[in-house]
Design a protein around this ligand. Structure first.
Ligand SMILES: Cc1cc2nc3c(=O)[nH]c(=O)nc-3n(C[C@H](O)[C@H](O)[C@H](O)COP(=O)(O)OP(=O)(O)OC[C@H]3O[C@@H](n4cnc5c(N)ncnc54)[C@H](O)[C@@H]3O)c2cc1C
Length: 391
């Protein structure tokens, strides 16, 4: 996204992608209302929405069989009043195609950054490898957007602070059940939490487990795993038998981490390279995109002019660190709640009169706050006139 935005104003951009394509399964596939609004600003929204995707207007939770309508994106101003699920590789391929229309954009696939070039304390580009061997790319600014295990970040000695997260997620695909279930983000049972994402022709399902316990879950056997899924997420019972091999189940280690300093002379870290987000609320992609927008807004002119100063880089960090901190604090809080064993049901079924009273109080508050908090995030960015108006 940053490559697209900078190339749009005419900055020479080289993007390196170590893989030959953008295909990665079970990645963040949510495009939130804030990102839809940005695509709208760029005049790309309609074309983007022509790609295969699903749209979700509400996020429901089922707690011990009791359905809670927690998030209604319909409360956000139209037209960006829904959440989009689109395979990340389709979104990235779309963006890369759009960026390729600008003569100053170059995307080098199958090219992995291996380290940084330096002149004294300043970073002046990257070293990399491709099919032909080693190469160097000289740059006035290097942006580490290479994810939570960032090679470029490591080469500069920047070390993220890790926040302990007590859960992992097991992701797998299930066919749609014969009787379609109402769209539900999570089923929370006595001893299991099952996520379900409607992917139109199938369900992407996730099972939240205590961190590092996948081997234990496997040792318990597939029968027990399937039964736990079907007990917690009842509509899945007719299809859990399609899980016949642990190879169908992918372990994703959940992490929350962040740099307190995002830059060095000539270098800026953004996205997961600056702050690994947990999948909670599905906001990682959108926070990475917000970083890209804040960066383009601040740097488009200096990159076309006299060059980027340390003050520019510090200003981006100052702008983006507070919303990242706030969202990660929320994610950590959520992990504490869902990572805790629940010997007693969170909610009786049917709820007791005290629980019903608490729900009547809490749900309207959550419904009022959540669409903005999740759909737009803390401090949503708008693309500056300089960047938008350049076409
Ligand atoms: C289990 C799980 C589920 C998630 N679900 C969601 C969700 O539903 N919604 C959401 O918004 N977020 C979700 N996230 C978070 C989201 O995936 C990330 O926050 C987001 O992808 C960060 O984007 P990024 O561009 O910074 O990094 P990445 O998406 O990690 O992209 C980095 C890119 O750099 C490439 N790369 C890496 N190293 C090099 C190198 N040395 N040289 C060249 N290229 C390199 C990689 O191949 C990759 O394409 C989830 C995360 C996890 C772990």
């Amino acid at each position: 996204m940053l490559g697209y935005l900078l190339a749009r104003v005419g900055v020479d951009v080289v993007v390196l992608e170590k893989h030959a394509d953008f295909f990665r399964d079970f990645r963040g596939d949510t495009i939130h209302p804030s990102t839809l609004a940005l695509l709208g600003q760029l005049g790309l929204r309609d074309e983007f929405l022509e790609l295969p995707h699903s749209e979700v207007g509400t996020l429901d939770f089922v707690v011990n069989g009791v359905r809670v309508h927690a998030v209604d994106f319909g409360r956000l101003p139209a037209p960006n009043d829904f959440l989009t699920f689109m395979p990340q590789w389709d979104f990235l391929t779309f963006l890369a195609g759009k960026a390729a229309e600008f003569p100053s954009f170059r995307l080098l696939m199958s090219t992995a950054a291996t380290g940084v070039r330096r002149a004294g304390a300043a970073v002046t580009g990257v070293t990399a490898t491709d099919a032909e061997g080693e190469l160097e790319i000289v740059a006035r600014l290097t942006v580490a957007a290479d994810g939570r295990g960032s090679t470029v970040r490591a080469a500069t000695g920047l070390e993220p602070r890790e926040f302990g997260v007590g859960i992992d997620v097991l992701w797998f695909e299930l066919p749609n059940p014969p009787v379609p279930a109402p769209s539900t983000l999570a089923y929370i049972g006595l001893d299991a939490l099952v996520l379900t994402i409607d992917r139109r022709d199938h369900i992407q399902a996730g099972s939240v487990i205590p961190k590092g316990r996948f081997a234990e879950v496997q040792a318990g056997g597939l029968d027990a795993f399937r039964e736990s899924l079907a007990t917690t997420a009842k509509p899945l019972r007719p299809v859990v038998d399609t899980l016949t091999d642990w190879d169908q189940v992918k372990l994703l280690s959940v992490q929350i981490a962040r740099l307190e300093t995002w830059h060095r002379p000539g270098l800026l870290c953004i996205g997961d390279a600056a702050h690994a987000m947990s999948p909670a609320f599905g906001v990682g992609v959108n926070y990475a995109i917000q970083d890209a927008v804040a960066t383009a807004n601040r740097l488009a002119e200096p990159l076309l002019g006299d060059g980027v100063s340390e003050r520019d880089l510090a200003a981006i960090e100052r702008r983006r660190l507070p919303p990242v901190r706030a969202m990660q604090a929320l994610q950590l809080r959520l992990h504490e709640v869902i990572g805790r064993p629940h010997p007693a049901p969170l909610l009786a079924n049917p709820p007791t009169s005290a629980q019903r009273a608490a729900l009547n109080l809490l749900v309207p508050v959550v419904q009022a706050v959540a669409p903005r908090l999740i759909g737009r995030g803390f401090r949503p960015e708008t693309i500056s006139e300089v960047v938008v108006g350049s076409q």
